[in-house]
Design a protein around this ligand. Sequence first.
Ligand SMILES: [Mg+2]
Length: 223
Amino acid sequence: MFTGIHDEVRPQLQGLTIDRDRPLVITDADEVLFNFMIGLEDFLKSLELYFDWSSFALTGNIRRTSDREPIEAAEVGALLADFFDQRCAVLPAVDGAAEGLASLSEHAQIVVLSNVPPKYADKRRSSLSDKGMDFPLIANVGSKGQVVRYLTEGLKAPAYFIDDIPHNHSSVNEHAAHVHRLHYIADPRLSDLLGPAEHSHSRLYNWPEISAHIIRHIETGEY
Ligand SMILES: [Mg+2]
C-alpha cells in the first residue's frame, strides 16, 4: 500500500481522509500555486547570485554576480534548503490560484502535493492559509507517482494532477495512469523554456483555464 512512499510521507497520508465518491484534484505548489522563481530570484540577489534563464533547471543556471560562473551542483541543495527556510512563508501566490481552487472546491476535493521539505511543511501550511488556499498539504519526498496512486486508490470519481515538472507527470503516468495530468508552469519566462510534458494530457497557461478545463471534464467527461 505504501510501496515507494517515503517514511516521512506515510503518516501525513494516514492523517488524510479522501471521499471515494468525490472528484479529487491533486495540485503542486511551487510554480503552480506560488511564484517560486520570483521568490528565488529575490533570494539569489540577496546572496549576490542570479538565475540565468537558459534552461528549465536550477543546477547550472544559478550564477555568481561577481564572475558569472555557476555555483557547484553540490551547493544547490543547501541553497534551496536555506531558501525554503527563509522564504517559504512569504512567497507570493500565483494570480488566480486561490480563485481557481475555490471554484474547483465546489466540484472536487483538493489536496496540495508539494516537494517542500517536510521540516518546512508548517510554514507552507500557514502560507496556503494566508493566501486563501487552506487545503490539506502533503509535504512529499521523492517522486510523486506512488503517492498519487495511494491517494486515488479506490476512487470512484475522476482525479486530476497539476504540476510544472515533467518528470512528476512521467512518475504519475507510470504509477497512476488513470489520473488526468495537466502541465502548468506559472512563470511565463520558465514556461517559455519548456514545451508540454511528454506524459501530460494537456498543457494549460493560467488558472481560469485550469479550473474551467477540470470542471468541464467533471461535468461532461470531455476535455
Ligand atoms: Mg512545482
